[in-house]
Design a binder for this molecule. Structure first.
Ligand SMILES: Cc1cc2nc3c(=O)[nH]c(=O)nc-3n(C[C@H](O)[C@H](O)[C@H](O)COP(=O)(O)O)c2cc1C
Length: 170
């Protein structure tokens, strides 16, 4: 489906070719989204002294703010988003302090979440984390799609859910 919307998927998994990556690719194929694999970028931990501003974080935020809809793709690791995505979100603190002009652009940004895990459903701690972050940063949070993968990601098992999810992206 082509809608002309600029969709960016931020893939934040320890495996660039694992289950979450496969889910991200399936979504990207449906809506011509661009996948940004955070493994390929250098994003350091939040630094109170802000001595890390020359890493890739600000470049990634520029890509994010130029998108019409941003999809965060993460596995559930220990009832939470991946450490890669948490580190990325920790750095959003820079946008509330030293890069406020860029931070203002986050307000109203439509986002959604796609996730994989082995448990039956997404843990409440996981969904609430995205709700709270969205409330704080002013994101418009859409769906949170969860694909249960007891073993490897099987596209056929998730096709319907993916279709329903992508049809809702606007
Ligand atoms: C460190 C670690 C922690 C995990 N914690 C959970 C969890 O809390 N809940 C869950 O359902 N699955 C958990 N899993 C399983 C993964 O979410 C699941 O295998 C996922 O599809 C892996 O995606 P990936 O290939 O992108 O890493 C965990 C896996 C790992 C490696």
């Amino acid at each position: 489906m082509t809608t002309g919307l600029k969709l960016t998927i931020f893939l934040a998994s320890s495996r660039s070719n694992g289950n979450t990556s496969k889910l991200a690719q399936a979504v990207a194929a449906e809506r011509q989204a661009k996948i940004i694999d955070l493994n390929k970028f250098s994003i350091s931990y939040f630094d109170y002294e802000h001595e890390n501003t020359s890493d890739d974080f600000l470049h990634l935020i520029e890509i994010l703010t130029e998108s019409d809809h941003v999809i965060f793709a993460t596995p559930v690791y220990w009832y939470s988003m991946s450490a890669q995505l948490k580190t990325f979100f920790d750095r959003f603190t820079d946008l509330l302090t030293i890069k406020k002009e860029l931070g203002k652009k986050l307000k109203g940004m439509p986002i959604s979440v796609i996730a994989t895990g082995t448990d039956e459903a997404m843990p409440l701690s996981f969904t609430q984390q995205f709700e709270s972050i969205s409330d704080y940063l002013g994101f418009q949070l859409g769906s949170q799609l969860y694909c249960r993968c007891p073993t490897a990601f099987e596209l056929q098992q998730h096709k319907k859910a993916i279709q329903a999810y992508v049809n809702n992206i606007e």
